[in-house]
Design a protein around this ligand. Structure first.
Ligand code: SAM
Length: 323
């Protein structure tokens, strides 16, 4: 559902599926396109932009034919919004070393992006999806991407998983259900509704229950014994689902006792300019640093969907022994 097909999209993004090809070969199929240096220059078909934040990601004009190309149909490229590529890039697992869980996986954009980064390492990703319909979507996507050896798919509620069953897992992506307010159209509809007092209350109720669910599922991810890094993301523009969830987690007794902290900007796409909202961390001495650890994208003006991502990290005693 992050595959944006409406004409409103300022840029259509796609990435090389490293499970099937490499960028050099893929770009031979796009050599008719002229390279431009900024997304502002994507004003018409015929040009291509090589993204500066996400390796192997490209921007083209939305009117450019993409879904009819052989590369798309055979899965050599995957259409994925730029900001939606942030979580796997921030987690940046190491092939042959890391094993990761994607807790909320369908349709599988981020799961297959992880597989690309992990160099298709055998059984290095476990993906959970609880929805009866969406489980089929992710199965199809993983197969099309050529990721069946790398990705194990479980049709299950991640919240029912037991920590002791996954001692090998070192990192996690948690991209749970959210309001979707960063996706065009939806944000706009909401704005119109906001005029009515009743609608405002309804939205507040919805955001409250979503943020409680998001807190619960990230907290579960943070409770796995060998996990060093957990990325939480949403395609929401609301503080309630973003920095406020981070704040609730930082204030949770159990999360604190497990040694978790928000990763610093230097490890979270440091050159991406739009960061988290510091006012949500009011009262913290390091509130600017916490906000800087979060990345945000605004719908359209940042070249795609509205988005939020943050990284939690910790050191484990066994890591010190190795140093
Ligand atoms: N990460 C996906 C991608 O990039 O393609 C998008 C994930 S979408 C925002 C959230 C997904 O999480 C939905 O498919 C939803 O059914 C699933 N989900 C929600 N709660 C879950 C749970 N407790 N366990 C497993 N999956 C869950």
């Amino acid at each position: 559902d992050e595959l944006i097909e409406d004409d409103d999209t300022p840029v259509r993004w796609f990435r090389t599926n490293l499970l099937k090809t490499n960028t050099e070969s893929l770009m031979r199929e796009f050599k008719h396109l002229r390279k431009v240096n900024t997304i502002e220059e994507i004003t018409e078909p015929g040009v291509i932009y090589y993204d500066e934040y996400i390796p192997n990601l490209f921007g083209i004009h939305p009117k450019e034919k993409l879904t009819s190309t052989d590369a798309y149909n055979k899965g050599r490229l995957i259409i994925q919004d730029r900001a939606s590529c942030f979580p796997a890039q921030i987690l940046n697992p190491i092939p042959g070393k890391d094993k990761v869980i994607d807790a909320c996986a369908a349709p599988g954009n981020k799961t297959t992006h992880l597989a690309s980064i992990l160099n298709n390492s055998k059984r290095s990703i476990v993906a959970f999806e609880k929805d009866n319909k969406r489980i089929n979507t992710i199965k199809m996507m993983v197969e099309k991407a050529g990721g069946l050896d790398c990705i194990t798919i479980h049709h299950a509620d991640f919240l029912t998983t037991r920590q002791k069953d996954f001692p090998e897992i070192t990192g996690m992506l948690v991209d749970p259900s959210c309001s979707g307010s960063g996706i065009f159209g939806r944000a706009f509809d909401e704005q119109e509704e906001m005029d009515k007092e009743e609608a405002k209350e309804k939205l507040a109720d919805r955001l409250l229950s979503l943020s409680n669910f998001q807190f619960t599922i990230v907290k579960h991810a943070l409770s796995f014994p060998n996990v060093r890094k957990v990325i939480y993301s949403t395609c929401s523009i609301h503080n309630k689902e973003n920095e406020e969830v981070v704040r609730m987690l930082l204030e949770d007794v159990q999360v604190r006792s497990q040694g978790w902290r928000v990763s610093k900007r230097e490890d979270v796409l440091p050159t991406w300019p739009r960061r988290g909202k510091s006012e949500v961390f009011e009262g913290y001495e390091n509130k600017e640093e916490l906000a800087d650890g979060c990345v945000r994208a605004l719908p359209k003006v940042d070249g795609g969907i509205g988005f939020f991502a943050v990284s939690f990290e910790r050191d484990l005693p066994q890591d010190k022994d190795n140093n």
